[in-house]
Write a protein that binds this ligand. Structure first.
Ligand SMILES: [Zn+2]
Length: 281
């Protein structure tokens, strides 16, 4: 599933081709994706100018003239594919469920074979009150996300720190990859009880979360299975994973240390965690 850096990258790609442009067409190819398309979606987008984009957790919000914002979630395998409208394929594009076309001839299609993705409309003035956004925790890259804030959120939590960081109410936008990488960098075991990370360990963990997200955004996100940027390019952060999906490989942070058994894979709450049992405690 795309995580924060991948969504940020896709959003920047969409902004490049859509921001400031008028939409001359919008279309849906079926009544629903994960949820039904909202009433009036096509008529409310058609003719409206795109004013701007923002990201909240793993959601993209596209503000348009008329007071609406389009809320987009890529789900597990959703892709936003941009091409010149003039290069129209002869056949309908497989799994393209929703599309927009700009006055300057760009076609943007939402392609999602598994249909876990979704599109909704929300009043621009009340974006954060949308049912999918209302309960989200702080954005990890904002200055307001500090060691103190995370410490307070973890206090008294008996769950493993891995599970706590995946909880979108605690911090928004993190998934399996970036939680694994941030815990590795900060030397914290994914199995450690969350309450014991509060305090000094948060002073290491919060900068590690921000660094790993920022580095991934700079690399264009990580390319895993279905994820592609809006311009068709792919990200390269997966080449810099230090722990995620590296079971059995040596830990770069423990160079030449004989007792280091290398990266281990364990399963927590039904999902894989990767960690170095020597330096992550
Ligand atoms: Zn190590």
């Amino acid at each position: 599933m795309p995580e924060l850096p991948e969504v940020e990258t896709v959003m920047r790609g969409l902004a490049r081709v859509l921001e400031g442009r008028r939409l001359v067409a919008a279309s849906i190819a079926r009544p629903d994706m994960r949820w039904p398309f909202p009433d009036g979606l096509v008529t409310r987008l058609t003719g409206a100018r795109v004013l701007g984009f923002r990201r909240r957790a793993k959601y993209m919000l596209m503000r348009v003239e008329g007071g609406d914002s389009l809320l987009i979630h890529l789900g597990m395998s959703g892709r936003m594919v941009a091409r010149r409208a003039a290069d129209r394929p002869n056949e309908p594009v497989a799994h393209e469920h929703f599309a927009m076309e700009t006055e300057d001839g760009t076609h943007v299609g939402f392609v999602d074979p598994r249909r876990f993705g979704s599109v909704d409309l929300v009043a621009s003035a009340r974006e954060d009150q949308h049912r999918l956004l209302a309960g989200l925790g702080p954005e990890p890259l904002e200055d307001a996300f500090t060691a103190e804030v995370l410490s307070q959120a973890l206090a008294g939590k008996r769950t493993p720190i891995k599970a706590a960081l995946l909880d979108q109410k605690l911090v928004a936008g993190l998934g399996n990859i970036y939680v694994s990488e941030a815990l590795h960098r900060s030397g914290i075991s994914p199995r450690r009880e969350a309450s014991t990370v509060a305090g000094s360990r948060c002073v290491r963990l919060v900068p590690a979360i921000k660094a790993v997200l920022e580095e991934s955004i700079a690399a264009g996100g990580s390319s895993l299975r279905d994820y592609v940027q809006a311009d068709g390019g792919i990200g390269f952060f997966q080449e810099r994973f230090r722990v995620y999906d590296r079971a059995g490989l040596a830990c770069e942070q423990c160079p030449g240390v004989p007792p280091c058994p290398g990266i281990q894979r364990i399963v927590q709450s039904g999902r894989a965690s990767f960690y170095c049992p020597r330096h992550q405690r």
